[in-house]
Design a protein around this ligand. Structure first.
Ligand code: ADP
Ligand code: ASP
Ligand code: MG
Length: 408
């Protein structure tokens, strides 16, 4: 009889300590049936990945990416071994594997590697022996046998990619909240759990800061149409289904509010307003591998203009170095930067057919005395860059304005 394969992923927040690992082991055994086969993906325990990162930066302010991957991948290896032991202790056979051992082959871009193929031969063999298989998330290996990681939050991607490779029946993501909410429930207590959300909206929310799912994992789920169930590892409650299409008759204009503190702003003052100048600046920035997002250039009245743009905080140093050199070359003025910014966004596919949403967002922020520094839009989202001190206030105000709170 062919067994249904179920992929479950437990995040670091679900296995933060020994008691939790034991709890999760019990829960896994509770879901083991005769006719199913379980593949469990784990992240590193609790805050381990951040702690490893801190260690690296204490030794070297600019740690080599290859060595970062060697270091960061160890967290998940600890987690999968401990969980396998916990399951065996409860009387069921289990075996843990690293990304390398199950053949998760990636390209060579250390710290943000892309999965190329998954052989999963050892997983299939172990499942055939009725073992529960535990896989270390977030990691892979190159053809040259170098260990890589898949970007922060990458265990979500391991789970979705394994679900695809194994043609799993279900992909469940267990975390410390009950599902996907209208906004981060840690910021807004009465945020509402969303029953079903489309890949498109979830991808937008994840890209704009909803940390609960890694954006890249949703890209893969969308491409291969793999429904995902995001749910709590602390309760039995149903969570949120991420699917291709929801059955809602009409799309709501705003589905969720997100915030992100991952970017910094660079401003080049008094840039000569001539053709080719923006090309020069951004060519230099891209040469050092910095990713640019929102760009704002004012109209010039004096033949000079300020150009501001955002980069991930982790790219700030290299972007600044490049910008300072090019600013001199083009005879621009001072280069400033600001680390204390945040992006708040509203997301919803109904925005395509509703008017006035942007105006409503800006009015709400104005009423809350939140100054907007930059604005960016996509078809299904609007983002504003604001001061990071005002994030909670702005998120709460927008959440209320767009009627997203729990229905009483
Ligand atoms: P895990 O360790 O399970 O991978 P993460 O910390 O990566 O968990 O993601 C879960 C966290 O995501 C939650 O604790 C919550 O604070 C945060 N979060 C942000 N936005 C949302 C949202 N819209 N819905 C649910 N959780 C969210
Ligand atoms: N432990 C890794 C991280 O913190 C991967 C993950 O949690 O999904 O980013
Ligand atoms: Mg996560």
């Amino acid at each position: 009889m062919k067994k249904n394969i179920i992929v479950q992923k437990y995040g670091g927040s679900s296995i933060a300590n020994i008691d939790r690992i034991k709890e999760v082991a019990k829960r896994i055994l509770g879901s083991k049936k005769k006719n199913n086969a379980l593949v469990i993906v784990v992240s590193a325990l609790g805050d381990t990945t951040n702690e490893l990162e801190e260690l690296a930066f204490k030794i070297n302010k600019n740690p080599p990416e290859r060595e970062m991957d060697m270091l960061m991948a160890t967290g998940e290896q600890i987690a999968c071994a401990l969980l396998a032991m916990a399951i065996k202790n409860l009387g069921h056979d289990a075996i843990s594997f690293t990304g390398t051992q199950v053949g998760i082959i990636t390209d060579c871009s250390h710290t943000k590697a892309r999965i190329e193929t998954i052989s999963a031969r050892r997983i299939r063999k172990a499942l055939a022996e009725n073992k529960i298989v535990i896989v270390a998330g977030y990691q892979g290996v190159t053809e040259e046998n170098e260990i890589t990681t898949l970007g922060r939050g990458g265990s979500d991607l391991t789970a979705v990619a394994l679900a695809q490779a194994l043609q799993a029946k279900v992909c469940e993501i267990y975390t410390d909240v009950g599902g996907i909410y209208t906004t981060d429930p840690r910021i807004v207590k009465n945020a509402r759990k969303i029953k079903t959300i489309t890949f498109e909206e979830m991808l937008e929310m994840a890209s704009l800061g909803a940390q609960v799912m890694q954006a890249r994992s949703i890209e893969v789920a969308k491409r291969f149409n793999i429904p995902i169930h995001v749910r709590s590892s602390f309760s039995k409650e149903e969570g949120t289904m991420i699917v291709k299409k929801t059955s809602n008759l009409e799309q709501v204009s705003v589905q969720g509010v997100t915030s992100s503190r991952s970017e910094a702003k660079i401003t080049i003052c008094a840039v000569p307003d001539q053709p080719g100048i923006a090309a020069k600046i951004f060519t230099e920035v891209s040469k050092v591998g910095a990713t640019v997002d929102i760009i704002v250039q004012n109209i010039s009245h004096t033949r000079h203009t300020d150009i501001s743009f955002t980069v991930p905080k982790t790219h700030l140093t290299k972007a600044l170095n490049a910008v300072k050199i090019v600013a001199k070359k083009i005879r621009a003025g001072e280069v400033q930067h600001n680390n204390n910014i945040a992006r708040i966004s509203i997301v919803g596919s109904g925005m395509r057919s509703h008017h006035g949403i942007a105006a409503q967002m800006f009015r709400t922020l104005a009423k809350s005395k939140v100054n907007i520094e930059m604005i960016a839009t996509s078809e299904i989202s609007i983002s504003c860059i604001i001061s990071n001190r005002q994030v909670a206030k702005a998120v709460k105000a927008l959440h209320k304005q767009f009627g997203l709170s729990k229905r009483k």
